[in-house]
Write a protein that binds this ligand. Structure first.
Ligand code: FAD
Length: 208
C-alpha cells in the first residue's frame, strides 16, 4: 500500500539502530500484561485524559489491537469495580475511559462502511485540496523526526520514535499541525504513524 522505497529506507534504519529494542522496557506483551495493565489503570491511575504530561490513560491499545484483551473483558471488569464501589461507572475517569473505547468501535464501523478512507478522503471534495509542494521532503522529514521548532509537536514525534506511543491529544496536535500548518497530505502522517506506532490500527489511525 505504501511506496516500497520508503519502507526499504525505514527497514535499513531499523536494522542499523535496533530501533524497536528500546520498546521492551515499556510494554509487556501478552494476556497477563494486558490484564495487569487494565487492573493497574482502573485501581490507581484512571483520571482525566486531557493532560499529555500526566500518565492517566490506559495504554491498553496495543493489547486490544493484538487480541490480548477484549472489549467485553474491559467492560465487565469496569462494571464489576463499579458494583464493588457502589457507583457505576466506578469513577468519572472510568466513564471517560469507556467512552474512549467507544471511539475505537466507531472507527472500525467507519472503516467497514467506507473502506476507501485508508487512502482517500471521506468527503470527495477534499481530494482536490491544494497541498503544499515539498521538494526533497524537507518539511515531511522535519515533522517525522521532531525538528519543526514547535516544542510540543517535536516532543510528541520524538516520544513516538522512542516508545512507539503518543498521547491522544498530542496525536491530534501533530496531525493537525501536519495538514493545517505544514499543509502536507494527511496520507504522509498516516503512513508514518502506521510504520512507527506500537498500536498501529488501520481503523483508528485512519479516523485520526
Ligand atoms: C492521528 C491519530 C492517529 C491515531 N492512530 C491510532 C492507531 O493507529 N491505533 C489506535 O488504536 N489508535 C489510534 N489513535 C487513537 C488514540 O490516540 C489512541 O487509541 C490512544 O492514544 C491510545 O492510548 P491509550 O490506550 O492510553 O488510550 P485511552 O485513552 O486509555 O483509551 C482507551 C482505549 O480507547 C480506544 N481509543 C481511545 N481514543 C481513541 C480514538 N480517538 N480513536 C479510536 N480509539 C480510541 C483505544 O482502544 C484505547 O486503548 C489515533 C489518534 C489520532 C489523533
Amino acid at each position: 500500500m505504501w511506496p516500497e522505497t520508503d519502507l526499504l529506507d525505514l527497514w535499513q534504519l531499523v536494522s542499523k539502530q535496533g530501533w524497536t529494542d528500546q520498546f521492551a522496557a515499556r510494554w509487556t506483551p501478552g494476556e497477563q500484561g494486558a490484564v495487569a495493565a487494565l487492573q493497574a489503570f482502573l485501581q490507581d491511575t484512571v483520571g482525566a485524559q486531557d493532560y499529555p504530561s500526566v500518565r492517566e490513560t490506559s495504554r491498553l491499545l496495543p493489547h486490544l489491537h493484538f487480541g490480548e484483551i477484549s472489549l467485553r473483558q474491559i467492560w465487565a471488569v469496569t462494571q464489576a469495580l463499579g458494583e464493588t464501589r457502589g457507583i457505576d461507572p466506578p469513577s468519572s475517569g472510568a466513564r471517560v475511559f469507556l467512552s474512549e473505547v467507544g471511539w475505537r468501535e466507531f472507527a472500525h464501523h467507519l472503516l467497514f462502511h467506507f473502506p476507501h478512507t485508508t487512502s482517500q478522503p471521506l468527503r470527495s471534495e477534499f481530494a482536490k485540496f491544494p497541498w503544499r509542494p515539498d521538494p526533497g521532503g524537507r518539511l515531511q522529514k522535519a515533522w517525522e523526526t521532531g525538528r519543526t521548532g514547535y516544542p510540543l509537536m517535536d516532543a510528541g514525534m520524538r516520544e513516538l520514535w522512542a516508545t512507539g506511543w503518543m498521547h491522544n491529544r498530542v496525536r491530534m496536535g501533530v496531525a493537525s499541525f501536519l495538514v493545517k500548518h505544514l499543509r502536507l497530505p494527511w496520507q504522509v502522517g498516516a503512513q508514518w504513524f502506521w510504520d512507527t506506532l506500537v498500536d498501529a490500527d488501520l481503523a483508528s489511525n485512519t479516523i485520526g
